[in-house]
Design a protein around this ligand. Structure first.
Ligand code: 8GP
Length: 838
């Protein structure tokens, strides 16, 4: 669509009712939106109407920044980061925008003067759960940091109609319920149908000779799908920058086939529409596993092709020659889900824009960079060749050609090493043939990074070893980080205020400034305040648990929390073994002196992951018994909080005393929950895995509860031949725990229910729970001891927070900017032409 220059419109002055920040103005704007957008007046308005009216009021105040940002980026053709991710787990927008705009207090007052409660309205927002866990939430933290650091960036992904399922618990089992986040409308997005693009799928290719006599390939697709962008503004913290999250919905090019309808084929008339729309219908609810599904590959090419075509449109629009694509854009691939970008960018440049192979390849490699997020072999994506050929015939040809050139390079560097060629090929030919997406990403990118120091080292030594030997210069580490805006300022205002009252608020943008808190660690008054705040937050969670689960919890007990996706490698069941150990001690000696604990769990299991679901059932079954056993006398409580989400996480992190980060060493790439808990003053019990290693280095070993085998010890034990039964037979407490479960004590006498889990532990124990059991129990006993010395615990908590500066996502983004992206910040001034009248 053409844009129409219009000088009258350019001189438009926006009315201050849409930008003014006084309480009076906010109230007027709120009522105006209620009336004109929601079409309601207070007497008949629902809570959702009020939420929407407020959301529009806030969005109006964002738009000036958003438009200015776009104007300046366009005028200067600024170098831009494209962050390609199949997942963005944004969390609710309203509260975050209030914080970043710096108008939280005014808005709170304005709505309260209208007889409404801001917290209540914030609660109303359905969060866009467009991600599974760590990888999706990391993408969201990075968007926040890029905007805050004034880095021009675009997040590109899929606007799933149904995000991650809602979790209910029935009879202790997880039940999945469709997430209808768009049900009440989404006030934060603006559809941009004028920038729609088309994506081809299926069909076949044909060779032809063009008018210059060159060999060319034409792709005749079986199906074409339309992608329509929906834009959401991403505001930086107290800056004028508002970047864009651009999510694609799939539509049929023609939503209705009149030909079919007229010939009486009523179903056929809408069929194409249904088939196309399926592409952005639902998020795959898998975390750390890859399933070879045609629809998933179709989703990947869909959003990648839409995004790359959009970037090419922007390049042309800004009069940048296509040969300089890599100077305008750097494209970060968030894991391998967008790795098809390697072949798609080549295809666009060669087939659609007439570029030669060598130049296209040079641009592709210079533009793309790849982040790996997992060491689990089952999560490394590969696609059966037959599926790939039927959906992406042209891409397969391109991949074969890339592979040919690549293997020639390998041969030149490692002559005579045919086994290396087999291992490194983009095509796995050991049985059924597959395309290896991680290999494609490595070959097509100029940078390959892991997400914590240990993870990067293990990639180099193990998973991507051959690639490290081939291209050592491409490898680098970028330890993850989290945004302190959402995970402190918004979610923990009490601690935020206490900290700022002592050291000012510079830490919100420069997290290292938290270091200044160390000066107060011996100040009894400060320590007292610190403790009272934690206690008040715990009281709030107690009330929430009472309401949600009907369980009464002792607020003075240790709040011992494990909140994350359910997976065997994360070992929620090791935590369960500890709970039963304490329970057995009480049963053996009801008067035993035990430090009271509340064990809190939250997290979802992939719907098809039976063992993870059985672990959820086990925890709920333990809760039923332990919470109701009179011998326990409230010393232990077990709580499973259902439907873990970003909103929920914000409530839980601030209340934790102890953060459980107990994965088997060598499996958790980084973890980011570990950072959020510690930032909120929890102490960590953890293995030397992922970013735990770096957190311990920062906060000091004396302020961290470390236990268990290290990654090299794990490999060595497995190489020697691990026999879990030996541990079972030689450890009295461990045996009693396993026997207690096996006896049906937690399953109303049913000895079969948990048998699959017990069999897996006794005979395989892939994640070495038995090997780490004693070390974990000893460490937990130490935790209980230390907690009794409340002054010591408080001191440790303060030191943890004071030393978390490294783990801001701002630091991660600065590292990406310097080492990979080569990009500078572009400060935004609120320009004249659309400056609001004050
Ligand atoms: C996660 C890692 O498991 C976690 O350690 C890390 O902190 C996080 O990524 C961010 O880097 N990985 C995934 O979420 C993941 O691999 N998900 C894909 C299967 C969807």
């Amino acid at each position: 669509m053409q844009t129409v220059p219009n000088h009258q419109v350019e001189n438009l002055q926006i009315e201050d009712d849409r930008t003014g920040l006084s309480v009076e103005c906010l109230k007027r704007a709120f009522l105006d939106n209620l009336f004109y957008v929601q079409g309601k007046f207070p007497k008949i308005a629902t809570k959702n109407d009020y939420y929407m009216a407020l959301a529009y009021t806030v969005r109006d105040r964002l738009l000036q920044r958003w438009i200015n940002t776009a104007v300046i980026y366009t005028e200067r053709a600024s170098r831009t980061v494209s962050y390609l991710s199949a997942e963005f787990l944004m969390g609710p927008h309203l509260g975050n925008n209030l914080v970043n705009l710096g108008i939280y207090d005014q808005v709170k007052q304005a709505v309260s003067e209208l007889g409404l409660d801001l917290e209540d309205l914030l609660e109303q927002e359905e969060e866009p759960g467009l991600g599974n866990g760590g990888l999706g939430r990391l993408a969201a933290c990075y968007l926040d940091s890029m905007a805050t650091l004034e880095i021009p960036s675009l997040g590109y992904g899929i606007r799933y109609e149904f995000g991650i399922f809602d979790q209910d618990i029935r009879d202790g089992w997880q039940v999945e319920i469709t997430d209808k986040w768009l049900h009440c409308g989404n006030p934060w997005e603006i559809a941009r149908p004028e920038w729609e693009v088309y994506v081809k799928l299926g069909g076949h290719t044909e060779a032809y000779t063009d008018e210059h006599g060159r060999y060319r390939v034409r792709w005749i697709p079986y199906q074409v799908v339309k992608g329509v962008p929906h834009d959401t503004p991403i505001l930086g913290y107290k800056t004028n920058t508002a970047n864009t999250l651009r999510l694609w919905t799939a539509e049929a090019p023609e939503s209705f086939d009149f030909g079919a309808f007229n010939s009486g084929d009523y179903l056929g008339a809408v069929q194409a529409k249904m088939v196309s729309e399926n592409l952005s219908k639902v998020l795959y609810p898998n975390d750390d596993s890859s399933q070879g599904k045609r629809l998933r590959l179709a989703q990947q090419i869909f959003f990648v092709s839409c995004s790359l075509q959009d970037m090419i449109r922007i390049v042309f629009r800004q009069n940048v020659p296509l040969e300089k694509f890599h100077e305008k854009f750097v494209v970060q691939l968030n894991d391998t889900h967008p790795a098809i970008a390697v072949a798609e960018l080549m295809r666009l440049l060669i087939d659609e824009h007439d570029m030669g192979w060598d130049q296209a390849w040079s641009i592709t490699q210079k533009s793309l960079a790849y982040t790996n997020h997992t060491l689990l072999p089952e999560a490394l994506e590969r696609w059966p060749i037959s599926l790939f050929r039927s959906l992406l015939p042209r891409h397969l040809e391109i991949i074969y050609e890339i592979n040919y050139h690549f293997l020639e390079e390998v041969k030149a560097k490692f002559p005579g090493d045919s086994d290396r060629l087999r291992r490194m090929s983009l095509i796995d030919e050991s049985g059924e043939k597959y395309v290896r997406m991680a290999h494609l990403a490595c070959v097509g990118s100029h940078s390959i990074n892991g997400v914590a120091a240990l993870h990067t080292k293990l990639l180099q030594q193990d998973v991507l070893r051959d690639f490290y030997q081939m291209y050592p210069e491409k490898f680098n580490n970028k330890t993850n980080g989290v945004t302190p805006r959402r995970f402190m300022v918004l979610s923990n205002p009490r601690l935020t205020n206490l900290i700022s009252s002592k050291i000012g608020d510079s830490w919100i943008k420069h997290l290292k400034d938290l270091k200044k808190l160390e000066a107060f660690v011996d100040d009894p008054e400060f320590c007292h305040q610190w403790r009272s705040i934690k206690s008040a937050i715990k009281h709030d969670l107690v009330a929430y648990i009472q309401k949600q689960n009907g369980i009464s919890v002792n607020p003075d007990s240790i709040f011992d929390i494990q909140a994350k996706r359910f997976h065997e490698y994360k070992r929620q069941h090791l935590n369960a073994l500890h709970i039963i150990t304490l329970y057995n001690r009480i049963k053996a000696n009801p008067d035993i002196d035990i430090t009271p604990r509340t064990f809190i769990f939250g997290g979802k299991a992939a719907p098809g992951y039976y063992m993870a679901k059985l672990i959820i059932k086990l925890l709920n079954s333990i809760a039923d018994v332990v919470n109701n056993d009179p011998d326990v006398r409230d010393r232990l409580k077990v709580v499973f909080l259902k439907d873990y989400s970003v909103k929920f996480a914000q409530r839980v992190y601030p209340a934790a005393d102890l953060s459980e980060q107990i994965s088997m060493a060598g499996k958790e790439a980084s973890g980011t929950g570990n950072m959020k808990f510690a930032l909120n003053g929890a102490l960590t019990i953890g293995t030397l895995d992922g970013a735990n290693v770096e957190i311990r280095d920062e906060v000091g070993a004396e302020n961290f509860f470390i236990f268990g085998l290290t990654a090299p010890e794990v490999y060595a034990l497995k190489a020697r031949g691990y026999r879990p039964l030996d541990y079972y037979h030689s450890n009295r407490e461990l045996k009693a725990v396993i026997d207690r479960i096996a006896s049906g004590h937690f399953s109303h006498g049913d000895t079969q229910l948990f048998k699959p889990l017990l069999d897996s532990l006794l005979h395989r124990d892939e994640y070495l729970l038995f090997a780490d059991y004693q070390a974990y129990i000893d460490c937990q006993d130490n935790v209980s001891q230390v907690y009794r010395d409340r002054d010591r615990w408080t001191r440790m908590s303060i030191l943890n927070v004071a030393r978390m500066g490294k783990f801001s996502s701002d630091r991660s983004i600065r590292d990406y900017c310097q080492d990979i992206w080569n990009i500078q910040s572009v400060p935004i001034e609120l320009g004249e032409c659309i400056q609001a009248k004050e």
